[in-house]
Design a protein around this ligand. Structure first.
Ligand code: KG4
Ligand code: ZN
Length: 345
């Protein structure tokens, strides 16, 4: 079964063809980063206009690289939220037009769910890792808009264990990078520059919830960095900037690891899955690898290209949803900016 995935929730226009849920035949991502960089963040109006301009080309490329045509596609999967609503609508309207023209089934996919499912593409017997990933597991989804800990009992059976109470972790990377005048998007730049810094140089605080909850909070850490920079003036030497970046990164990753491994213990689960743009962070991957090894936990994370936004993860989740019988009449599939992650039944 061939599923065409379409993703336009933020600033990447993406399309992909996936065979039988786990085999990626193409994965085309048209990034708008260069358009938004000069504004220091995503400008929603520009994003939707660019999606409209590029979406047809990106889909054509995905079909071309997969060596197939619309006629061979069985179903369409499209991101319906969460995201920028005008951007989501471009992907959804395109998906509906294709589904209508070629009489295909259409399924809406939650973007967060997509980030979890990117691991099913990575841990597929055909790919580098010979092991096939199966639920149950705990997933940590860390991106520009979300920091969620989810218990995935089965395909499409979710229990939200924790989320951020303020900034998402990727958002805090982006804000700190802006403050340090490093550019946009902040995550990859902080990751890179931190390699030259001393992560022990500044002891930024870790957030502790008064109610012992597993929820995350990153705004306090961001404010601590703001205050540090204010009190010390933005240092001129790149060495000190690298120290601030590395110390911030260490604190952010430590906060994620603390809560995640606590949740693993509470739930008694030995399988951990990472997803979302921040899961591409090299320090995070190292820390999680070490802690997982020490705690006898099997750790799974996608390649960096499958961590950041792509449509293969949407096609993959769409396949399993369709298999579960969740495809709906396409007229009733709608875009929703704040779509919550829900179980399929
Ligand atoms: O999943 P994603 O591509 O889009 C959203 O769903 O938001 O995640 C984008 C976020 C941005 O905040 C970006 O700065 C962050 O992921 N990111 C990283 C890295 N690569 C991307 N954060 C830390 N280290 C990285 N290497
Ligand atoms: Zn994302």
């Amino acid at each position: 079964m061939l599923v065409l995935g379409i993703e336009t929730s933020c600033d990447e226009t993406a399309a992909s063809v996936v065979e039988d849920g786990r085999k990626m035949l193409s994965n085309v991502v048209w990034s708008q980063i260069d358009i938004h960089r000069k504004y220091g963040g995503v400008v929603p109006e520009l994003a939707s206009r660019k999606h409209l301009e590029t979406v047809n080309y990106v889909i054509e490329q995905a079909l071309y690289q997969a060596k197939c045509s619309f006629k061979e596609i069985d179903s369409i999967a499209v991101t319906t939220g969460p995201g920028l609503v005008a951007s989501l609508l471009i992907g959804l309207a395109t998906a509906k037009a294709i589904a209508y023209t070629f009489e295909l089934s259409l399924v809406g996919v939650n973007h967060i769910e997509g980030h979890i499912f990117s691991n099913f593409l990575q841990y597929n017997e055909d790919r580098v890792s010979s092991e096939k990933l199966l639920p149950p597991f705990i997933a940590l989804v860390v991106s520009g808009g979300h920091s969620d800990l989810i218990f995935v009992e089965d395909y499409g059976k979710y229990e939200l264990l924790a989320r951020t109470r303020d900034d998402a972790v990727g958002e805090s990377f982006d804000k700190v990078a802006k403050l340090l005048q490093l550019g946009y998007p902040g995550g990859p730049i902080i990751d890179e520059i931190s390699r030259k810094g001393n992560a022990e140089a500044i002891k930024f605080p870790l957030a502790h919830m008064k109610d012992e909850s597993l929820d995350f909070s990153f705004s306090g850490l961001k404010t601590a960095v703001v205050n540090f920079v204010k009190n010390h003036k933005l240092p001129q030497e790149s060495r000190s900037i690298a120290d601030i970046a590395a110390s911030f990164q260490r604190a952010a990753v430590e906060a994620l690891a603390e809560k995640t491994f606590c949740a693993m213990e509470e739930k008694g689960i030995k399988k951990l899955v990472l997803g979302g743009g921040v899961a591409a962070n090299s320090h995070l991957r190292d820390v999680f690898k070490n802690r997982a090894e020490k705690n006898g936990i099997a750790l799974y994370f996608p390649s960096p290209a499958l961590c950041t936004d792509n449509a293969a993860m949407i096609a993959c989740a769409g396949y399993y949803k369709m298999d579960y019988g969740v495809a709906r009449p396409f007229k009733s599939v709608e875009a929703e900016a704040n779509l919550e992650l829900k179980s399929w039944n």
